[in-house]
Write a protein that binds this ligand. Structure first.
Ligand code: AMP
Ligand code: MG
Length: 422
């Protein structure tokens, strides 16, 4: 196991723990252990939005199926068009989308054609209607046109037998349209991932309950619910578990029966009333890590019976950061999604960013473009791990690497824009 290389640094790094695990190493360990969840279902096209394909889709036909006009105009033989001056063409009839012109077009003739109508036999070029002069049944065209223009070739979007979408693809609105254009009404997708989650802590109240002195409303179940929903998982809210061993034990057993993945928040640090660790040691194979990151730090990962387990820290921002960085890619893999590498950017920091060496920091930022089209980022106020407004206002993480110290305003920093998850 790779540990923090800065472990010999002086004592001013009070958060530094020589046994802490690097962020990338934690990710690598999680990703190397999990594999896509078994099972698929066949569902109709509309229900497949946001689901992950469990099959390669090959086209059984050309799209478009026939060479057709891209514009409203007149179909001609391109070689007939004048090189200079104008030429008059005899008008034979009209080709409509869905009602083709059945005759053959010879030299000096043309057919009125609508967008999407198949090109009449003999024609290969469309002159748009704004570029012709009409005189009785004659159509005048000038020398500004080019052979082959305004025509969409059969198969130019999708060729017959081509693989259009591959296993692991999370289906977008464009994909639904693509599948519809192939006449595909049902598709095989990975079955939904069931993710049970609960909060731990005697201080937590649920919405609707009277807030007793010293208590807080449980917000983690809502941020987790939102992120799971957006990822396309099936969230199973198991409520708040009190800091009692028996309750915690029973909650884990129940969750392992109904879910593929269990996520908890709170109780993984070593507070007196934290029974999560004790129960997990009896029930499953779990690693307890101190990750060299902020916010975050305590993280548990492993298995309880057949379910994967993620024990996240309790602080509201820490939950979201550790979910985003570790749980999100893991769930995507379990759901069968092929890895789309996240887009990291470089931006100029408009804030001074306080930072200690020895941990990777995920500060919350607002990324924008300045007047000269350069990315700039500013932090969202105070960065404490309990300050949920910092996440709510942010549109990106500013990632400050392990060995970095404070960053002056005007320096370039690495930025990870939020995908549509948080
Ligand atoms: P813990 O890791 O259980 O010691 O919790 C760390 C901090 O996060 C404490 O201040 C808790 O009150 C807070 N916290 C834990 N769980 C939640 C939750 N579900 N919603 C809001 N705050 C929480
Ligand atoms: Mg607690």
């Amino acid at each position: 196991m790779k540990t923090n290389p800065l472990q010999h640094d002086p004592s001013c790094m009070d958060d530094l723990d020589p046994s802490s695990l690097l962020t990338d190493e934690a990710t690598r360990q999680i990703q190397s252990r999990i594999a896509p969840t078994f099972g698929f279902e066949q569902i109709n096209l509309r229900s497949a939005l946001g689901r992950v394909l469990h099959e390669d889709v090959r086209s059984s036909r050309d799209v478009p199926g026939h060479t057709n006009s891209a514009m409203d105009g007149y179909a001609v033989r391109g070689v007939d068009l004048p090189k200079e001056g104008t030429r008059s063409f005899e008008l034979l009839g009209t080709a409509w989308a869905g009602r083709p012109f059945s005759g053959e077009v010879s030299s000096g003739q043309c057919v009125r054609i609508m967008t999407g109508a198949p090109m009449p036999a003999g024609t290969d070029t469309v002159v748009i209607q704004e570029h012709v002069q009409l005189e009785d049944d004659k159509v005048q065209m000038d020398c500004s046109n080019q052979l082959g223009q305004n025509v969409r070739r059969a198969g130019e979007d999708i060729a017959k037998f081509q693989t259009v979408l591959e296993t692991g693809r999370k289906l977008t609105p464009a994909d639904l349209g693509l599948l519809a254009s192939l006449g595909i009404g049902e598709i095989k997708v990975f079955r939904k991932l069931r993710v049970a989650f609960f909060s731990t802590g005697d201080e937590l109240c649920s919405i609707g309950e009277q807030l007793e002195p010293g208590c807080v409303y449980d917000s983690n179940r809502y941020t987790l619910y939102g992120m799971l929903k957006r990822l396309g998982a099936e969230p199973i809210d198991m409520g708040v578990i009190r800091d009692r061993k028996q309750d915690t034990f029973e909650a884990f057993e129940a969750a392992a029966k109904c879910a593929d993945v269990i996520i908890t928040s709170g109780g993984v640090s070593v507070g007196e009333a934290d029974y999560v660790k004790e129960c997990l040691e009896e029930l499953g194979q779990i690693n307890f890590w101190k990750v060299a990151m902020k916010p975050g730090r305590p993280l548990a990962f492993g298995q309880i019976k057949d379910a994967w387990f993620f024990g996240l820290p309790g602080n509201p921002v820490s939950v979201m950061v550790t979910f985003y960085i570790f749980v999100q890619p893991a769930l995507r893999k379990l759901m069968g999604e092929s890895n789309a590498a996240p887009l990291h950017l470089q931006a100029r920091s408009e804030s001074k960013l306080r930072k200690k060496a020895g941990r990777t920091e995920f500060q919350r930022g607002i990324l924008s473009l300045d007047a000269s089209n350069q990315f700039t980022v500013s932090k969202t106020g105070a960065q404490g791990s309990g300050i949920l407004t910092s996440m709510s206002q942010a549109n990106c993480f500013i990632i400050l690497p392990l060995e970095a110290e404070s960053v002056e305003s005007g320096s370039m920093v690495e930025v990870l824009p939020f995908a549509a998850v948080v």
